[in-house]
Design a protein around this ligand. Structure first.
Ligand code: GLY
Length: 359
């Protein structure tokens, strides 16, 4: 088991526990007499809900949403508010987000806003939510086809990560989350990155001890970043490494590729630009690129309309005063935020990942 405390505004705020069962869940978090509503989705409910109710929240109410990004909107939020009102939830009651990033973001947003804020616990069930989205207090929903347009920073009361849930995750979903772990290593920790190369086999085999170490590495990085910059005014932007291009490809492909798959492509582009600026060596660039392959993540994609991807990128919220904010690597384990990346550099990087049959 691993345990760490995340500080917020220089004070201890919440613990993150990473274990391979539900046995170490701190039951003292459940206040005598307070009511609990587990928010989850249909897939997670089938895979994990019975176990979670039996082991921890016997009497909890359950609100189930449809799986996927399509649910991440204000209509779902309204449905959850209505359910809580109907069941007389008060500010002393608590929500539990049992699921991946979508469930965590919606539940956190409801918790932040219902009766001006009630407690919530994150129990992430996807690798992506375990290594990234369950920690750091970002909550919210999509609006008008813009991702995470409405939201709030609102800290959970606790994050409980049980790696045994990952055994139930389809492989594509597992590797989707791995992209964010790889991103963490690249921006902040070269030793963790080398460890991933060494432990490639154990990670793919979902060995529990290795998974605890993997998640602990990413969460430790996220902790140090969000403690210094909880509201993404500067440093926290480095967590968006690979996301500037990644989000644009995600939208361009109509969400047919998973978020982590697009982040992998975005990381390749950002590493390519870093190489061309002589921040990375050619060998480092190719090593980073090829590191995604054993984890079933793409390093190229077919027939990108580069003009269209550029267009989407320019309409993204990362554009300030017409300039794209880009996270590059000064070296493996050290990210920098740069505002002077040119359109030509980005186009060249998109060309690099654009698989053209003519070749
Ligand atoms: N997922 C990036 C962040 O939490 O800031």
């Amino acid at each position: 088991m691993e345990k760490m405390t995340v500080n917020y505004e220089n004070k201890p705020c919440y613990d993150v526990i990473i274990d391979d069962s539900l046995a170490s869940f701190p039951k003292e978090l459940i206040r005598e007499g307070s009511r609990i509503c587990i928010v989850t989705d249909d897939n997670v409910a089938n895979a994990c809900l019975d176990e979670v109710k039996k082991e921890i929240f016997r009497d909890a109410l359950v609100f189930c949403i449809k799986p996927g990004e399509e649910s991440k909107n204000l209509d779902t939020v309204k449905d959850i508010y209505a359910f809580l009102v109907k069941n007389d939830f008060s500010r002393t009651d608590m929500l539990v987000a049992l699921g991946g990033g979508v469930v965590g973001d919606i539940t956190g947003f409801v918790a932040a806003t219902f009766k001006r804020g009630i407690s919530f616990i994150q129990i992430p069930t996807s690798l992506l939510a375990m290594v990234d989205s369950s920690v750091g207090g970002k909550t919210g929903v999509d609006f008008d086809s813009y991702k995470n347009m409405i939201g709030a920073f609102y800290m959970p009361k606790h994050v409980y990560i049980n790696v045994s849930f990952l055994k139930k995750l389809p492989d594509r979903e597992f590797f989707n989350g791995f992209a964010e772990a790889m991103k963490s290593a690249l921006i902040r920790d070269g030793i963790y990155y080398s460890w991933m190369i060494d432990k490639m086999y154990e990670i793919c085999e979902k060995d529990p001890e290795t998974l605890i170490h993997l998640i602990n590495g990413s969460v430790s990085i996220k902790k140090t970043v969000v403690e210094q910059d909880p509201k993404e005014e500067s440093l926290r932007m480095i967590l968006n490494f690979g996301h500037t291009v990644g989000h644009a490809i995600e939208k361009y492909k109509g969400f047919e590729l998973k978020h982590g798959e697009c982040v992998a492509l975005g990381c390749v582009c950002a590493a390519f630009i870093s190489w061309k600026r002589d921040y990375l060596t050619m060998e480092e660039y190719y090593e980073i690129r090829d590191m995604f392959v054993p984890f079933n993540l793409p390093i190229s994609t077919e027939m990108l309309d580069i003009d269209e991807v550029m267009n989407i990128m320019q309409n993204d919220k990362k554009v300030i005063d017409g300039k794209l904010r880009f996270i590059l690597l000064k070296k493996i384990g050290k990210a920098v935020i740069e505002n002077d990346v040119t359109e030509d550099e980005i186009r060249a990087s998109l060309n690099e990942i654009n698989f053209d049959e003519a070749w």
